[in-house]
Design a protein around this ligand. Structure first.
Ligand SMILES: Nc1ncnc2c1ncn2[C@@H]1O[C@H](COP(=O)(O)OP(=O)(O)OP(=O)(O)O)[C@@H](O)[C@H]1O
Ligand SMILES: [Mg+2]
Length: 378
């Protein structure tokens, strides 16, 4: 009896593929189906956890890799509930997913409870199995260890942030250089030109006309350099704060593009933290660039609110819209960097960016950043 139980257990955990049973007509060889054997070898050599579950999430089969992931002997994994490896939130997510299984499969990110109390970031790919009446397994699952992927993501995010910081410093330097070496001399030349124009009498004819034209061109060039310098690093942001900069940017955008821009800002009694102001300003710049470049919009609304412990910026246009899912799944290297940069800025600040867009309806970009405790009280 003990031997039989041992054998059954071995079959269950995949330790045995062939049974030899002594019968009256000599030994009889029972092999697990050939195809199953090949699949089992394949599954056991995988670097991912593989499981089959019943509808109530009891583990019918798990490979050794999954047992190693959760640091638990395979015989204690098989027959137990998959729920024991999940947090309460992940249990609920999985439950609702299993209630409405997607035939083509679905993937979720979870934190796997590992024996000993630690947690491991994992991705589970779930696929419903066809019921054949004998097999009780209804769900197949592949569990991928995401520890390294998460670490790499974190490294990449830190690196991106450092690049952004270096870019900000460089932008500030270029803005200052432009101001000192271009804008200021341009203004001096403009003044001299105006003095020359004044000195030329009205009957100087074409010379007077040329001088006037020169003054006009110099004035326009000075304004353009000033705009570039402001875009690079608006001194207004440092001195007067985000609201003033949003106003200035909105007015300048509407004038330059002919797109009507409506700005609705919450009253702020004091300044927001410097890094939050800069992040929101850069995101707005990028979003407006996209409106001008892609949207074919007639109206844009920019809304800044402070609901509770967050600050929220929404940029909405009534343009042609696009498919954000398509954009996020496009091949690397072929994408633009605008949306990615906006999202990264928001994530780095502990916040999030949401895109709602549909063809011919327009696009809405929503950024929510958490405020530090002292900024909430203000
Ligand atoms: N407001 C918008 N209206 C319509 N389409 C948009 C809008 N914003 C973005 N898109 C679409 O999303 C794509 C990705 O935008 P993203 O800003 O990331 O890149 P890009 O503008 O093409 O290039 P880059 O910003 O690097 O100069 C755009 O090519 C465009 O198709
Ligand atoms: Mg862009």
């Amino acid at each position: 009896m003990t031997e039989a139980e041992e054998t059954l257990r071995a079959v269950r955990i995949g330790g045995v593929d062939t049974l030899v049973i002594a019968g009256k007509q000599g030994p009889k060889v029972f092999t697990l189906q050939g195809a199953e054997h090949a699949y089992r070898v394949l599954i056991e050599s995988m670097n991912e956890g593989a499981l089959t579950l019943t509808a109530d999430e009891t583990i019918l089969y798990a490979n050794q890799c999954f047992a190693r992931m959760v640091k638990c002997p395979l015989e204690q994994v098989i027959g137990s509930s998959f729920r024991r490896f999940l947090s309460a939130t992940d249990r609920a997510t999985l439950r609702s997913l299993l209630k409405r299984p997607d035939k083509s499969g679905s993937k979720i990110q979870i934190l796997l409870n590992v024996d000993g109390g630690s947690q491991m970031p994992a991705q589970i790919s779930i696929r419903p199995l066809a019921r054949n009446g004998i097999n009780r397994a209804t769900i197949s699952m592949v569990v991928t260890d995401m520890t390294e992927a998460r670490y790499n993501e974190e490294m990449l995010r830190t690196l991106t942030h450092r690049v952004v910081q270096a870019q900000e410093v460089e932008r500030g330097r270029v803005a200052l250089e432009l101001h000192d070496t271009i804008t200021q001399p341009l203004c001096a030349i403009l003044l001299r030109c105006q003095a020359l124009e004044d000195k030329l009498s009205a009957n100087a004819g074409p010379a007077k006309g040329e001088a006037m034209k020169l003054c006009e061109m110099l004035g326009q060039t000075a304004k353009e350099v000033e705009r570039i310098s402001r875009d690079l690093r608006p001194s207004v942001l440092e001195h007067l704060g985000l609201i003033e900069v949003l106003r200035g940017t909105g007015t300048e955008f509407a004038k330059r593009t002919g797109i009507f821009l409506k700005l609705a800002c919450v009253e702020l009694t004091t300044r927001l933290p410097e890094d939050i102001e800069l992040a929101l300003y850069r995101i707005l710049q990028e979003a407006l660039k996209n409106v001008q470049k892609h949207a074919h919009a007639r109206h844009v609304t920019v809304q800044l609110t402070k609901p509770g412990d967050i600050v929220q910026l929404v940029i909405k246009d009534d343009g042609i819209g696009f498919n954000p899912d398509h954009h996020s799944t496009r091949r690397k290297g072929k994408d633009g960097l605008g949306l990615l940069g906006m999202r990264e800025r928001a994530i780095y600040m502990g916040g999030a960016l949401k895109i709602k867009s549909a063809r011919r309806t327009g696009t809405e970009i929503e950024i929510r950043l958490p405020l530090p405790p002292d900024a909430i009280r203000r």
